[in-house]
Design a protein around this ligand. Sequence first.
Ligand SMILES: NC(=O)c1ccc[n+]([C@@H]2O[C@H](COP(=O)([O-])OP(=O)(O)OC[C@H]3O[C@@H](n4cnc5c(N)ncnc54)[C@H](O)[C@@H]3O)[C@@H](O)[C@H]2O)c1
Length: 285
Amino acid sequence: MTKVCVVGAGTMGSGIAQAVAQSGCDVAMLDVKQDVLDRGLGGINGSLGRMVKKGTIQQADADRILARVKATTDMRKAAEDADYVIEAVFERADVKQPVLRQLDEICPERTILASNTSSIPISLLSSATKRPDRFIGMHFFNPVAMMRLIEVVKSLLTSDETVRVSVEFGKSLGKEPVVVKDSPGFVANRIINAAGNEALRILQENLADAEDIDKICKLAFNWPIGPFEMIDLAGADVVLDMADSIYQQTGWERYKAAPILRRVVESGYVGRKAGKGIYNLFPKG
Ligand SMILES: NC(=O)c1ccc[n+]([C@@H]2O[C@H](COP(=O)([O-])OP(=O)(O)OC[C@H]3O[C@@H](n4cnc5c(N)ncnc54)[C@H](O)[C@@H]3O)[C@@H](O)[C@H]2O)c1
């Protein structure tokens, strides 16, 4: 892979762009506004700075990696010569589909289009393009710099060659790609969404406070972080969109978002990116 384009410079897009640049490829990072791009570049710079501090890389490496990321609001410039495109915009089909349609028109024939969606069927997203055989899910995990898994999601129409190239690409980023079939929430989010929703219901029933529910999960199951810490990290808005999407597609009650999650999002306490989250809204005691 020589030229990669990442669409969306938020939590995931900037993390994926960083991983690509670290692997030695040039990457165009596209978003709708310059201030969002600046924030994304700032995040990458901060993450590289921490790696320099830890001694994992030298300052000169960090400078080279950052220079490989070209931030732009111009889709044509970002995508017209890309070999591989990863879309990481908001978790809504009505936002993703127009973006994918435009990318399909701009990108060369050979280009593989991938979506980092957490829960929207790959077949639905690929139907916005004329290349469903070269369309795939590349589901990275947050924070991208630390998490090694990529769920590589194959739709009924994704070609074996697209899967092969995507798995190789994932490995070139130092990740562990695992191929799964297309279904709402794929595998990881089916599991964590059901668990997170139960934790929210327990909070809603006032059986324990948020910090203690996290503590129980960490000590009982050896989870590195608790469900509310995870929601804070992912963004409560992102988690709600994902829960709504899985529930709409399946009708399974266990994925019906606990009402308290909606209240958290409406209050703006969406987690790290807002500087305030569930612990602030439901303090201990
Ligand atoms: N946050 C997580 O933990 C996580 C983990 C895995 C996958 N995902 C998935 O990754 C995707 C992005 O999530 P995120 O957490 O980075 O969201 P985010 O809100 O941090 O970022 C989304 C970005 O998309 C940009 N955007 C919106 N419309 C656009 C358009 N038309 N063109 C270009 N950019 C546009 C926004 O300006 C924003 O910067 C979602 O599909 C989400 O489900 C998120």
